[in-house]
Ligand binder design. Structure first.
Ligand code: SAM
Ligand code: SF4
Length: 488
């Protein structure tokens, strides 16, 4: 990136470029690489914002950078292994750029700080998910040749007023974090240990962020939290109002507030928790056309006994009742899920219950994983990881096979229907085609031109679905709904 692009306009120059001495650190370049969930992508944007104030400009590759930050994920052993390999690769980069500094952020920083600092000589900086505000001071220390670390978790930090610097953006869709941490303690999950206690962000700062995004041309926000259904503002976990002079906001209220920001703004969210998802939320979703008809509702297992061991707080019947309620409120709503194969003690019968549940729900999409034991979790302390690796693999494959059939059936069912599609970008396969998504989150491939008009990202188009594969739909454009491309 050229340096002029990052400079503030100069008061004294007709050209508008800075003429005086560079402010401290203005030429520093940071490359942030995100692993794992959407929350990490969103956190990286907060980090970019904090560093921008410290004079850092984001760049698109580690090779161009003075500072490389790896924002890491601990959810499964394999995720950590991938990051460890990447950390090792940093040795080569440091060999060719002696000034390069390397930092590890996020869940692995929290979980493995000693290991990272002691065993990985290449790492200069280790910062946990609640300590990003301290990055400037930590980097100052790193600048003097010392290692720096801050992995303190917080009960308050929500980065609420920080305006994220959008990285790798298509200019159309953006993540907005509404809460941090998790209080649920699912037996398999490391998140409560790496991201700390649950806290919700001030709803007014969320709405402000969404308004600014609309003004910048964005047309879709995804509200993020580990369990959005337990979002609450001005009320504690026992239901006591904290400040009687202020309104109480739950997730349904927040959705309502965000939906009213603009009819041109699509609203999505992730992740719902089956034990907490209320009919009030479903009613708000049904009420607004611009709240997308798509819910990610992780089930994890179809067996009530396994769900009990997982400490998920619901059973099979409860989950199926929640699915029925979604269908009642929004018959056209797409539903996706997360499933874990081979959790501790899972029998063949329990595994088959997962397959039958999947068949009865007929998910549009699923993220499917082999169970991976994580240190400190309830499961690691309480249950042996006793399903053999090859059995986990076979069960996972059976789960994937059911899902493939159900995804194909769902996609084929769209053929002949008319959908509103938000155009997001140019198709990877052909420059003559664009891609977008319908409200159900299915990818739709469209021609770049319609009646002599070139479609642009940010446009809403009415489309007849003409063809389908398991991964995407093809659409014939019928009309353009707004003729205001966002990034023309
Ligand atoms: N908060 C969300 C929820 O309650 O479902 C999801 C959080 S987690 C980042 C995403 C998914 O990773 C989980 O839904 C689960 O399926 C999977 N997962 C978490 N821990 C796992 C583990 N130890 N082994 C395998 N998969 C795991
Ligand atoms: Fe992990 Fe459960 Fe919290 Fe999701 S709800 S982040 S799976 S502990």
């Amino acid at each position: 990136m050229k340096i002029e692009q990052s400079l503030p306009p100069c008061q004294h120059s007709a050209l508008g470029y800075l003429c005086g001495p560079f402010p401290k650190g203005l030429s520093k370049r940071v490359y942030i690489e995100s692993y794992g969930c959407q929350m990490n992508v969103s956190d990286s944007e907060v980090v970019a914002s904090i560093l921008a104030k410290d004079g850092y400009t984001p760049v698109k590759s580690a090779e161009e950078a003075d500072l490389v930050l790896l924002n890491t994920c601990s959810i499964r052993e394999k995720a950590e292994y991938t990051v460890m390999q990447r950390i090792n690769e940093m040795n080569n980069l440091k060999a060719s750029n002696k000034e390069l500094k390397v930092g590890v952020l996020g869940c692995m920083a929290e979980r493995m700080r000693e290991d990272l600092l002691e065993k990985k000589k290449v790492v200069d900086l280790v910062v946990g998910p609640d300590a990003y505000r301290t990055l400037p001071e930590l980097l100052e220390k790193v600048g003097t040749g010392q290692k720096a670390v801050n992995v303190l978790l917080s009960r308050e930090e929500t980065y609420s007023e920080i305006e994220p610097v959008r990285l790798d953006t298509n200019g159309v869709s953006a993540f907005v974090t509404i809460m941090r941490g998790c209080d649920n303690m699912c037996a398999f999950c490391v998140v409560p240990f790496t991201r700390g206690r649950e806290r919700s962000r001030d709803p007014h700062t969320i709405v402000d962020e969404c308004r600014k995004l609309v003004a910048q041309g964005y047309r879709e926000v995804t509200l993020l939290g580990q369990n959005v259904d337990s979002y609450r503002w001005n009320i504690d976990s026992r239901g006591n109002v904290k400040d009687p002079d202020l309104p109480v906001t739950d997730f349904a209220d927040l959705l309502d507030m965000v939906a009213r920001v603009s009819p041109l703004l699509r609203v999505r969210y992730s992740t719902s928790h089956p034990k907490d998802m209320t009919d009030k939320v479903l009613a708000v979703m049904a009420r607004y056309d611009n709240i997308c008809k798509y819910i990610h509702l992780p089930v994890q297992s179809g067996s009530s006994q396994v769900l009990h061991r997982m400490n998920r707080g619901y059973d099979r019947a409860w989950y199926l009742e929640r699915i029925a309620s979604i269908r009642k409120h929004m018959p056209d709503c797409a539903i996706s899920t997360d499933i874990i194969a081979g959790f501790c003690g899972e029998t063949e019968e329990e595994h088959r219950e997962t397959l039958t549940l999947m068949e009865s729900v007929a998910y549009d999409m699923a993220f499917m994983f082999k169970y991976s034991e994580r240190p400190k979790t309830l499961a690691a302390r309480k249950y042996p990881d006793d399903v053999p690796e090859e059995v986990k693999g076979r069960r996972l494959q059976e789960i994937i096979d059911v899902q493939k059939r159900s995804s194909s059936a769902r996609m084929l069912g769209y053929i002949g229907q008319v959908h509103e599609v938000l155009v997001e970008g140019v198709s990877k396969r052909s420059a003559e085609h664009l891609y977008g998504r319908n409200t159900q989150n299915a990818v739709v491939i469209l021609s770049r031109w319609w009646n002599g008009t070139e479609l642009k990202p940010g446009m809403f188009v009415t489309t007849e679905i003409t063809n389908a594969t398991a991964g995407s739909l093809q659409g014939r454009i019928i009309g353009i709904m707004n003729e205001q491309p966002v990034n023309a």
